[in-house]
Write a protein that binds this ligand. Structure first.
Ligand code: IPM
Ligand code: MN
Length: 352
């Protein structure tokens, strides 16, 4: 029997509720596929921060580093100033654990869930590979003359050849392994960000030409990318982009696949501790009401098993999610599913 250790961070708001359902489904799947999953729960988030004034102790980072995978609910608390928990927990883990890829599949499971007219599941099935350790997210920059009329605020986008290259290589490999249209689209802004995206574009073509001749290379400006997401999402197979653009376009991606109730992502360090999460926030107004959709967290669990190499078990979760979403749910939005959070978890667990 294969055994895996999983660190669990329920986090804030509805995070613990959706993680509970994800674990319910993971356990049902583990039973069926003869796996042993050992959970280690970590109390991190706004409540702990308010209690201790510490977002994430160094000792916890050191412990988390030792796990192959981490399951995260959500980070963000209405009584904590925006930025403290996001930077102090989520971004710190992404950076310190070198989770340099943020992998975000955009897949429509039922035409009913898509806000776009006439788009069907076969039209919306692509993956965004978001660089997750650099760009505008490094915190490089600062203020000069803060609080005066001469104030200057600078926020720099950091793009290193090493960081860009490892992201591109991951994206090329992923496109090859996915084996669909074998097309990788670089989404950037070469017409304005003439330093950052010059590096990205050069590296993209150099690496592609030399090591991935079987993968078609395509380029789209990020603004045009959002247009195609709405007009022709079927054009995409895999998209690779920087941290900030990846953040923005994957919210739009989540909406065309049915919203935050279903969108999951993985913060991946191919050689280290990777962290899987629903991409939506902590949803304070739905907290504790048993109305939030746990499918995104359940899909994060699916990605986690896939990352561990348990492909069949992961596939079983996806198949069950599709069946439950299609046959049992009225809607994917919180409070409008026609089922409670726990019922959705029960349904998927009974279907895997
Ligand atoms: C996301 C979120 C985070 C990000 C925030 C909470 C820091 O929006 O995971 O997409 O910007 O990456
Ligand atoms: Mn985001």
């Amino acid at each position: 029997m294969k055994s895996y250790s999983i660190a669990v961070i329920g986090g804030d708001g509805t995070g613990p509720e959706v993680v509970r359902e994800s674990i319910k489904v993971l356990d049902a799947t583990a039973k069926k596929f003869n796996l042993k999953l050992n959970y280690h729960h970590y109390d991190l988030g706004g409540e702990r921060y308010l209690r201790t004034k510490e977002a994430l102790p160094d000792s916890v980072v050191a412990e988390l580093r030792k796990f192959p995978v981490i399951l995260l609910g959500a980070i963000g608390h209405p009584e904590v100033k925006p930025g403290i928990l996001e930077k102090g927990i989520l971004l710190r883990l992404r950076f310190e654990l070198e989770q340099y890829i943020n992998l975000r599949p955009v897949k429509l499971y039922d035409a009913r869930f898509c806000p776009l007219k006439d788009k069907k599941p076969e039209d919306i099935d692509f993956v965004v590979v978001r660089e997750n350790n650099e760009g505008l997210y490094t915190g490089a920059g600062g203020f000069v003359y803060k609080g005066t009329p001469n104030e200057v605020a600078i926020q720099e986008s950091v793009n290193t050849r090493r960081g860009v290259e490892r992201c591109l290589r991951f994206a090329f490999d992923f496109t090859r392994k996915r084996n669909r249209a074998k097309k990788l689209t670089l989404s950037g802004k070469t017409n304005v960000l003439t330093y950052a995206f010059d590096l990205w574009e050069r590296a993209f073509h150099e690496i592609g030409q030399k090591d991935y001749p079987d993968i078609k290379r395509d380029y789209a400006h990020v603004d045009a990318t959002t247009m195609w997401f709405v007009k022709n999402p079927e054009w995409f197979d895999v998209i690779v982009t920087d941290n900030m653009f990846g953040d923005i376009i994957t919210d739009l991606g989540a909406m065309i696949q049915g919203g935050m109730g279903i969108a999951a992502g993985g913060n991946i360090n191919p050689e280290g501790a990777s962290m899987f999460e629903p991409i939506g926030g902590s949803a304070p107004k739905y907290t504790g009401q048993n109305v939030i959709n746990p499918l995104a967290a359940i899909c994060a669990g699916q990605m986690l098993l896939d990352f561990l190499g348990e492909t069949q078990a992961a596939q079983a979760i996806e198949t069950a999610v599709i069946k439950v979403a299609r046959e049992k749910l009225k809607n994917l939005a919180a409070g409008r599913m026609g089922c409670s959070t726990t019922q959705v978890g029960d349904l998927v667990a009974a279907t895997v």
